[in-house]
Design a protein around this ligand. Structure first.
Ligand SMILES: NC(=O)c1ccc[n+]([C@@H]2O[C@H](COP(=O)([O-])OP(=O)(O)OC[C@H]3O[C@@H](n4cnc5c(N)ncnc54)[C@H](OP(=O)(O)O)[C@@H]3O)[C@@H](O)[C@H]2O)c1
Length: 273
């Protein structure tokens, strides 16, 4: 246990929230930051970084909007320098599988000279229950440009367990963990399991990248649409259709299956009456 607080960037997010809950439960001093916390941390405002980093021991780094964003490597490079300057003792970076900018960011952290662990995660199962795809699940149609490619969805309960281990235990220093679930599922198969747990129809409709871009542009604006479309173009070309060993390597146990994830979160898919 370290006396210095563990800094969690993206503390209100899907993984940051889980990491904070676990660290607090274990009795660690924690400082969670995001754009709206008492000590703010804003990726676009580098002047906010030193105060957030002051006195921190280990740091859990989640980048927004996504490590696949074109500006991510420059920000991560500057962040790593600021972390070293602040005397940070360990960096744990949440990264994405098969994304070239994310891999560039991993290299920056790896070459920083600071102790580090890299968490290279597959598509989150919780995207369907808390993330951008919850609305689609509630409407009964998941429209993604993923064709029939298979993805080994990672349960964020596993990812948070690995992150906490990496933040608190030297044995994970210098490791790159490929974090996936235990099974490859197409989006058709994932939608079928969600439908079964939700007790109502949920269908997967494959769309083209152009259709996806046009719809997302309408909903979230052209910049975000561009980022997500390019991310999908990369990660749904089959490169990620394999299982990783990261959960077993880090924790000595199997990752949780998508079916048990569906059972556990099925309340999230209940329509308001
Ligand atoms: N979704 C996936 O399937 C997937 C797969 C692999 C890797 N990843 C990686 O996961 C990371 C996201 O982690 P997550 O899902 O835990 O987060 P999240 O649920 O997307 O939440 C984002 C967090 O960051 C904060 N935030 C948003 N914009 C910010 C900004 N400009 N400056 C500082 N903080 C900001 C948010 O709080 P406020 O809004 O209050 O600031 C929130 O705490 C991304 O880097 C992505 O590459 C995602």
């Amino acid at each position: 246990m370290t006396a210095k607080p563990i800094l969690v960037i993206g503390s209100t997010g899907k993984t940051g929230g889980r990491v904070i809950a676990r660290l607090t439960e274990l009795g660690h001093a924690v400082r969670g930051v995001s754009r709206n916390t008492e000590i703010p941390f804003v990726w676009e405002k580098r002047e906010t970084w030193p105060e957030a980093l002051r006195g921190a021991g280990a740091v859990y780094v989640t980048y927004s909007p996504d490590l696949a964003a074109p500006g991510a490597p420059a920000d991560i490079e500057a962040f790593v320098a600021a972390a070293a300057e602040a005397g940070v003792e360990r960096l744990v970076l949440l990264s994405g599988r098969g994304e070239h900018n994310a891999i560039r960011c991993e290299e920056i952290v790896r070459d920083s000279g600071l102790p580090y662990t890299l968490l290279r995660a597959s598509w989150f199962a919780q995207n369907f229950s808390e993330g951008a795809m919850l609305g689609q699940v509630l409407e009964g149609v998941v429209a993604m440009p993923a064709g029939e490619v298979a993805e080994p969805f990672i349960d964020l309960e596993d990812l948070a367990d690995v992150a906490v281990a990496a933040l608190t235990d030297d044995r994970h220093e210098g490791r790159l963990y490929e974090l996936t679930g235990p099974r490859l599922l197409t989006f058709h198969e994932a939608a079928a399991r969600i439908a079964e747990a939700a007790g109502r129809p949920v269908a997967y409709v494959p769309v083209t990248l152009d259709e996806f871009h046009a719809e997302l542009s309408r909903q979230a604006g052209p910049e975000y649409a561009e980022l997500l479309t390019e991310l999908c173009r990369e990660v749904f070309d089959g490169r990620n259709a394999s299982l990783g060993d990261g959960v077993r390597e880090a924790l000595g146990r199997e990752p949780r299956d998508f079916a048990s994830f569906c059972r556990d979160v099925s309340a999230a898919w209940t329509l308001p009456s």
